[in-house]
Design a protein around this ligand. Structure first.
Ligand code: AMP
Length: 120
């Protein structure tokens, strides 16, 4: 019998499944947006495709460009709703770049972003 590798559900999958709580600011058929639990800006939201197929933004771009476009449009709309419309969009890609959750997500930083820093 072949043993298939298993991976633990990520924190975002558990939030999507309502297994752990989160401050959900938007939910559509394909996307969920939540407040980051450790905000690095006055407004710090995470825009997350519900699908757990894509580990990072390059995989999402290759696998489902329309979903990436929807994610970016959602980020823009949320920055307008929660701040003045200006925002920084960050996709950490790889552990060496600070990615800790390997389920693609965009950080939307707004409401007064530190102009000198590119870190999330
Ligand atoms: P990254 O480091 O780019 O993978 O981003 C993961 C982000 O998820 C971090 O900014 C964390 O603060 C955030 N995070 C982790 N757990 C939770 C949670 N339960 N609710 C909201 N945000 C979370």
């Amino acid at each position: 019998m072949r043993v298939m590798p298993t991976t633990e559900p990520s924190v975002f999958e558990r939030i999507i499944a309502r297994e752990i709580p989160a401050d959900i600011v938007l939910e559509t058929e394909q996307i969920i947006a939540i407040r980051d639990i450790a905000p690095k800006a006055p407004v710090h939201l995470l825009v997350i495709p519900k699908s757990s197929r894509y580990r990072d933004v390059a995989e999402l771009a290759a696998g489902d460009p329309a979903l990436l476009a929807e994610l970016v449009a959602t980020a823009k709309a949320l920055a307008a709703e929660h701040a003045d419309g200006d925002y920084r969009l960050v996709f950490n890609s790889g552990a060496g770049a600070g990615q800790t959750v390997f389920h693609v997500h965009a950080h939307v930083l707004a409401g007064g972003v530190d102009e000198g820093s590119l870190a999330h």
